[in-house]
Design a protein around this ligand. Structure first.
Ligand code: MG
Length: 413
């Protein structure tokens, strides 16, 4: 991997030189499109593939690749005035088809070259360039990889203008966010101990991983509800039931005190989602399968969902996620704050989004639960299951490049 990265750096230095040499033509084209010349340009983009060490059992960090840690590609955009923007893509092979290797290649060889020479203050133009660099499938192509650049663009724009995410969006800064603890027991014997581990760290709200075994799931939910009568209890199936089983288990989960049911079936079981929503046993949310606001609007129109578990890291980043939250609120539906076990940089962006948009329910952001290190100059302020919102310019955190390089050499070299 370090080899790949060295090649990458040389290539981008070469790309920068080429941009400068060809600058006249490029600027002429852009000037025609934008009627002004940007005062700052994106000069260079570097990618740092690495893995964050993990603690505890989580089914997505198992197997030959997952067990080596939480994969991430850190993205660094350098503007020609020397300003920096940092972002992060967080592929999970056992959750999505995007892996550390595919994210690295698509960022380095497809997405990043499309942004060289562009105005970092024009995030819409950058998004259009990314759309043109890689075709989509059902929705936006390689959204988890893409999110890293979207985050880095927001960080760079914020750093250039001195504005936080809330200020970039003309919104009020939000309040600290309460977090939820993830329970993924392999047997029911483990449940009490896993709840206690969260309880000792101040967690009072729990999300449980369910499916495919409905009997196990109802017993698990019963145990959690008995121990935590007042907590928010959120069940996530990760598409693991078939539609008939989901229709059978939803009322039982409701009876034992589950509050919401996320992703009971795979996203392409459209009629199954419609049946679950019609059944009305529990609010039905989607996660997997919602990438852009386009299909979200379609799924709402088709009567498939009561809401969405949001994740900027899943849906191409903050631009897409913001539009989705606004769409959901406009339709009077529910959004919950979730994530992909986001490490520091992606976590900072996600907290900024959810805080700024006034998330009320506990957020299932379990990076602090499962990840044991960070690459920031100072860690995010998270204590007693409450996360302070980063308030500085851009994503509000300072990335320590020496820590990034050290973690890359240690885990992906
Ligand atoms: Mg989920």
């Amino acid at each position: 991997m370090s080899n790949v990265n060295r090649i990458d750096r040389r290539r981008f230095l070469a790309a920068s030189a080429a941009t400068t040499l060809a600058g006249g033509a490029l600027l002429t084209n852009r000037a025609a499109a934008q009627t002004r010349e940007p005062s700052v340009m994106i000069d260079r983009i570097e990618v740092f593939p690495l893995r964050y060490p993990t603690a505890g059992h989580f089914k997505f960090f198992t197997g030959p690749h997952g067990s080596r840690g939480r994969a991430a590609v850190i993205v660094k955009i350098t503007a020609d005035d020397g300003s920096l923007g940092w972002g992060q893509s967080v592929p999970i092979a056992l959750w999505s088809y995007e892996t550390l290797e595919t994210a690295t290649v698509v960022l380095r060889d497809y997405f990043a070259p499309a942004l060289i020479g562009l105005d970092p203050l024009d995030i819409d133009a950058a998004q259009a360039a990314l759309d043109g660099a890689l075709a989509g499938a059902f929705s936006t192509g390689m959204p988890i990889a893409r999110a890293g650049l979207d985050l880095a663009l927001h960080d760079l724009k914020g750093k250039l203008t001195g504005k936080s995410l809330a200020q970039l969006w003309d919104r009020e800064p939000g309040e600290p966010l309460t977090l939820s603890w993830t329970l993924n027991p392999r047997s029911l014997d483990e449940v009490e101990g896993l709840i206690e581990a969260g309880w000792r760290r101040g967690y009072r709200h729990f999300n449980i991983k369910v499916a495919p075994n409905p009997k196990f799931d109802v017993e698990l939910a019963t145990m959690v509800r008995r121990r935590v009568p007042d907590g928010f209890l959120w069940a996530d199936g990760n598409g693991g039931y078939d539609p008939d089983t989901a229709l059978e288990v939803a009322p039982k989960l409701a009876d034992v005190g589950v509050d919401v049911l996320e992703a009971p079936i795979k996203p392409n079981r459209i009629s199954g989602y419609q049946a679950l929503k019609r059944q009305g046993a529990l609010p039905i949310l989607m996660d997997e399968g919602v990438v852009s606001p386009v299909e979200l609007a379609e799924f709402i129109k088709l009567g498939m969902i009561d809401g969405v578990a949001m994740k900027p890291s899943r849906c191409g980043g903050l631009v897409s996620a913001r539009r989705q939250i606004e769409l959901i609120e406009d339709r009077g539906l529910m959004w919950l704050g979730s994530g992909l076990t986001d490490p520091d940089i992606s976590m900072a962006a996600t907290l900024g989004l959810y805080g700024t948009y006034g998330l009320k329910k506990p957020a299932a952001l379990n990076g602090p639960q499962f990840l044991t290190t960070h690459v920031l100059a100072a860690p995010l302020a998270i204590a007693n299951a409450v996360a302070e919102l980063p308030r500085g310019p851009g994503l509000g955190v300072d990335v320590d490049e020496a820590k990034v390089v050290a973690l890359m050499k240690q885990t992906a070299g």
